[in-house]
Design a protein around this ligand. Sequence first.
Ligand code: NAD
Length: 335
Amino acid sequence: MRVAVFSAKSYVREFLDPANAEFGHELVYFEPSLDCATVPLAAGFPAVCVFVNDRLDRAVLERLAEGGTRLVALRSAGFNNVDLVAAAELGITITRVPAYSPYAIAEHTVGLILALNRGIHRAFARVRDRNFALGGLLGFDLHGRTVGIVGTGAIGSALARILTGFGCNLLAYDKHENPDCVLAGVKYMELNELFAASDIISLHCPLTPETFHLIDAEALEQMKPGVMLINTSRGALIDTQAVIDALKNGRVGYLGLDVYEEEAGLFSEDLSDEIVLDDVLMRLLTFPNVIVTAHQAYFTSDALRTIAEVTLANVSAFERSEKSGNEVGLERIRS
Ligand code: NAD
């Protein structure tokens, strides 16, 4: 099948090309992300292949449908960037790659927790400048601390398993209890109870209209003073301005972000020679107790290999008019 691949960085091609030896699709790579301006590039392609910061709103989907596109193959697990109602109305099938490597994201989450706690980012810079002083680097034992996990699907439950090894007390909030987590001793509770009881809170639920700004000023006020907040899920789960206020008044003691609500056009790009106009992101980067990574939690060779294989298998199944099981239907926004 002819597939227009958007947001095609070199590392995307590096994994899609060898995987495609088995599938034989005609992959045409476009480095820009998909949006209203770039959608004409997809004209005549029955399938397009996109990532997290490609924009699949109604206007883009209408242009895709006019150009003959019938399949949008996401290279991601999340699908918050797609207007599923518009896709269904236009007869465009959406597929995704669920759970390609929950370990990659869970392990990056733990990396952020450890780095923030022990000030590893600051220690690295200090020691290179021959500053061997320890002031400001005082951490705490993770053993015995309480971690609240919001969303215990593939990634949240992988995180729970890792943190069990650290000897943490684990709390969770989810619309559906995960029996594996219950067996592992995770205690489910209401969100406000989790906020009040956790030393560390980590977000692993999808971004939906219901979870948009789940962490706002009111939620932050319910948390322990000095709480560590980690978001490796989707940026808009957090009201960034509210969290900046909470960092200023000390309610939030540590913040680890792999995602940011306005990350499109910034993350994954080298802007080191540019003036970045996003004042909110720039303010975040001034705090010593904040670490921001640019949506890299998924970025392991294992994950990229699986993403490539499953994405291309999804395209093949569609071409054969078969179900891959990875279709994203309207039930997803109702569940
Ligand atoms: P999953 O579907 O396995 O788990 C999501 C869990 O969230 C489910 O248990 C679901 O019941 C729960 N949930 C849904 N709505 C909720 C709500 N309102 N409140 C609390 N819980 C709710 O998904 P996953 O594979 O674990 O991925 C989770 C998220 O991680 C994805 O939606 C995506 O946004 C993000 N993600 C980020 C990266 C990255 O590189 N940073 C990579 C992959 C996925």
